[in-house]
Design a protein around this ligand. Structure first.
Ligand code: NAP
Length: 583
């Protein structure tokens, strides 16, 4: 008679599914740091639907997503599922796995009990009209990341997956290696192969950010396999050897440059010229690493805010910057001139569909994709592995944890089809940038708009504004405007024409006018040439919170306040700060 529960590492007879299983559970009452959020428990093995498969997990991959699931932010994944009708009051994470098929639903045809598989993390409703109509499931409203947005991930003896998620395990890999590469590998594959005319092809040059990281290490190998040339960016020369062994033609140490971050204002002649100098130097470093003067056809992006301006600048005419994350921030700035004049493409990309996951896995089966496993952990160390990630002390590359496997290195049953370099990362190499948010968090769309709650105390602009306007005319010189500012000890002068405010000259506008010009040249410019045009106004009846959004959105510190469309005063950020401290 079947046992109700097997000990960890005690494999049930093939195809025999016990009633219960060991699992690492997250529960809402212990949301917090990973070492507290994850607890070992025994739960019932889930039932499967006709298109689903029960996999006995040998090893599981570790991704940042389940650090967020444990923290309960930015989404309480358990509450979200309960709201959608699922009853479980816990979350079993894990979005990468290697294991053995133990049970299949009646509609599953391409795997059978006993098959050794790896699992990709894309799930969707096969009855979704879009999917049924042949649409890319990645665009389906039913798309969910298994083991983060869905329950029953790989941090348990058994995981419930859709049949289409199962792919053959490369025989030459051990369980932990096989559990570590699919999420990053498939994401990189779609980024590089999924975008029509811009897909990587023989002879292309691809610039890869974070070449020693999870995605970047996959990207180098995928680009190489396509007959194109990868150039890798890393944060230190000690990682060059690793990337070169994976197939990069050359590497660049990003710490040699300092032009990162948001673009300087386009009116800032000096700042922009300095940025241009930095980014051109970086471009020259690409040519040097490449050994010829060619711009990359593809830039493989995920750092986001700090690197996008550079990526768009160095990308070749007609090329593509493809981005799947914003690890350093989301407000990426773009100099649109380079985008339209040189007809470049800025393409968003997210995980991969089944076809793309299979194509990527084909490369792994052929021995052309090293899993780049940097560290494996025991089952008991699962929370510690997540805690390292939480504290940004984890190594680069991909990590995995044993589940059913009883020791490291088990599970390889064949030789690699081709000799692989199998490089290792420099010792002690850890991250410098923590992941800001999960790779898949629900974004508000049109449908959710009504549900958004906004708290506002009702304060209006008229309650805080300073009455009275000090103004100049559009034809006044910058020298005259400067005098008005100094004489009145104010930071901005309203530009009036025919009784209407047509703009504001702020101190920033004045300083930008001086940038890259002689004092004489700057003084003789006119207010209308340097002012921020009239949209920098708000009505006295406007909510203060809306005025703040207007100011922060436009990177301004003050607005002209109008009453009956006539300028009546000024509201500034200083006024808002005064309100905060209750002055
Ligand atoms: P990873 O292993 O941590 O690697 C990221 C790499 O980025 C690091 O190796 C680091 O390399 C580099 N980096 C860090 N800060 C940087 C900066 N300021 N400028 C330039 N490079 C910087 O992470 P990963 O697994 O590759 O994932 C990267 C991002 O993609 C994460 O945000 C992840 O959540 C996201 N992701 C998205 C999807 C999706 O489907 N949308 C899938 C997987 C991952 P150096 O320090 O050596 O430069």
């Amino acid at each position: 008679m079947a046992k109700e529960l097997y000990n960890l590492g005690e494999m049930p007879p093939l195809g025999e599914v016990p009633e219960k299983m060991h699992a690492w559970l997250i529960r809402p009452e212990r949301f917090g740091k990973p070492t507290e959020a994850f607890q070992q428990e025994v739960v019932g093995v889930p039932a499967i639907a006709d298109d689903e498969v029960l996999v006995y997990v040998m090893a599981a991959g570790i991704n940042y997503n389940n650090v967020w699931a444990g923290l309960g932010i930015p989404v309480n994944v358990i509450a979200a599922r309960n709201k959608a009708g699922e009853k479980e009051d816990f979350h079993i994470g894990g979005s990468d796995a290697s294991g053995i098929v133990y049970k299949i639903g009646k509609d599953v045809t391409h795997v059978k009990v006993g098959d050794e598989v790896v699992v990709h993390c894309g799930t969707w409703d096969r009855n979704c009209a879009w999917v049924k109509g042949g649409g890319d499931p990645m665009y389906s409203p039913s798309f969910r990341i298994w083991g983060y947005e869905t329950n029953w991930g790989s941090f348990a003896q058994f995981t419930k997956v859709q049949g289409q998620q199962c792919m053959p395990k490369p025989k030459h890999m051990n369980w932990e290696e096989a559990a570590s590469y699919v999420l990053v590998g498939a994401t990189a594959w779609r980024m590089l192969h999924g975008w029509g005319a811009n897909a990587v092809k023989k002879g292309d040059v691809a610039l890869i950010w974070g070449g020693a990281g999870g995605l970047g290490s996959m990207a180098i190998q995928i680009v190489k396999a396509a007959g194109a040339t990868p150039i890798a960016m890393v944060s230190g020369e000690d990682k060059f050897d690793y990337c070169l062994k994976l197939g990069a033609k050359g590497c660049i140490n990003r710490n040699r440059f300092d032009h990162w971050g948001m673009l300087p204002h386009w009116k800032d002649n000096v700042g922009y010229a300095k940025w241009l100098k930095g980014v051109r130097g970086f471009g020259a470093a690409i040519w040097e690493a490449l050994g010829e003067k060619r711009s990359p056809n593809i830039v493989f992006e995920h750092p986001g805010e700090t690197t996008i301006p550079t990526s768009i600048f160095v990308c070749d005419t007609g090329g593509m910057v493809v981005v799947c994350a914003g690890t350093t921030g989301y407000n990426a700035t773009v100099d649109l001139r380079y985008l339209w004049m040189r007809q470049k493409r800025l393409q968003g990309s997210h995980f991969a569909n089944a076809e793309q996951s299979y194509q990527m896995n084909e490369l792994a089966l052929r021995g052309l994709l090293d899993p780049c496993l940097s560290r494996a952990f025991t089952y008991a160390e699962l929370p510690v592995a997540h805690q390292l990630m939480h504290d940004n002390k984890h190594p680069h590359g991909n990590m995995a944890v044993l589940v059913g496997a009883t020791a490291f290195g088990q599970g390889a049953s064949g030789k690699p089809p081709v000799a692989t370099a199998h490089p290792t990362l420099p010792k002690g190499d850890v991250h410098t940038t923590p992941a800001p948010y999960p790779l898949s968090a629900p974004l508000p769309g049109i449908a959710e708009a009504e549900a958004i709650q906004i708290s506002d105390d009702g304060t209006k602009v008229k309650d805080l504004m300073h009455r009275g306007i000090i103004a100049c005319a559009p034809g006044d010189t910058v020298g005259q405007v400067a005098k008005i500012m100094v004489d009145n000890e104010i930071h901005a002068v309203v530009v009036m024409e025919g009784g209407r405010a047509v703009g504001v000259v702020s101190q920033t506008d004045m300083v930008l006018a001086r940038q890259g010009r002689t004092s004489e040249e700057a003084r003789s410019m006119l207010a209308k040439d340097i002012m921020t045009p009239g949209c920098a106004t708000c009505d006295a009846q406007m909510l203060l919170s809306d005025a703040v959004s207007l100011m922060t959105g436009r990177r301004m510190h003050r607005l002209v306040v109008t009453e009956n469309e006539q300028p009546a005063g000024v509201i500034s950020m200083t006024d808002v700060v005064r309100k905060i401290i209750g002055e």
